[in-house]
Design a protein around this ligand. Structure first.
Ligand code: IDP
Ligand code: MG
Length: 153
């Protein structure tokens, strides 16, 4: 089973969309294995968005990510990394397909509702960045037989 990091950005928290977005992951059959509200700061954002620090929009992105607390989630499932990326949609919400989270809930390229890890390798790094080991829970395995075929998990 894979695990991936999802962040409900300030655009979700401030617009009262947390429940809607969390509900999508639950309805899909993904397990919310960890979840907490935190306040991001300069240091952790420079690390988390290290691939973007040289971009002209980086200061604006950082400010937007600190406007309110965010919710960080560990989401678990078979191929969870690519499944959650697919549910998230394109970075620019105006180009994201209807039916995706960004496509349905946002008009912005920056204020785009969620972060989702983009590879299995990055998911592990990002989960370690935001969660202690004891904040990620093993539960729900009894349900797997209703979520997957016997040979899928
Ligand atoms: P992703 O979130 O779809 O993985 P990344 O390229 O990793 O996209 O960018 C991280 C975040 O930085 C985006 O979700 C978005 O909030 C912001 N971002 C990316 N490109 C732009 C841009 O051109 N202008 C403003 N913000 C951007
Ligand atoms: Mg990214």
């Amino acid at each position: 089973m894979e695990q991936t990091l999802v962040i409900l950005k300030p655009s979700t928290v401030m617009r009262g969309l947390m429940g809607e977005v969390i509900s999508r992951f639950e309805k899909k059959g993904l397990i919310i294995a960890g979840m907490k509200m935190i306040q991001l700061n300069d240091e952790i954002l420079a690390e988390h968005y290290s691939h973007l620090v040289s971009k002209p929009f980086f200061p604006m992105l950082k400010r937007s990510m600190m406007e309110s607390p965010v919710v960080v989630m560990c989401v678990r499932g078979v191929e969870a990394v690519s499944v959650v990326r697919g549910m998230t949609g394109a970075t620019n919400s105006r180009k994201a397909e209807p039916g995706t989270i960004r496509g349905d809930f946002s008009m912005s390229g920056q204020q785009n509702i969620v972060h989702a890890s983009d590879s299995v390798e990055n998911a592990e790094i990002e989960l370690n960045r935001f969660f202690k080991k004891e904040e990620i829970f093993e539960y729900g395995a009894d349900n797997y037989k209703y979520l997957y075929a016997e040979d899928e998990f």
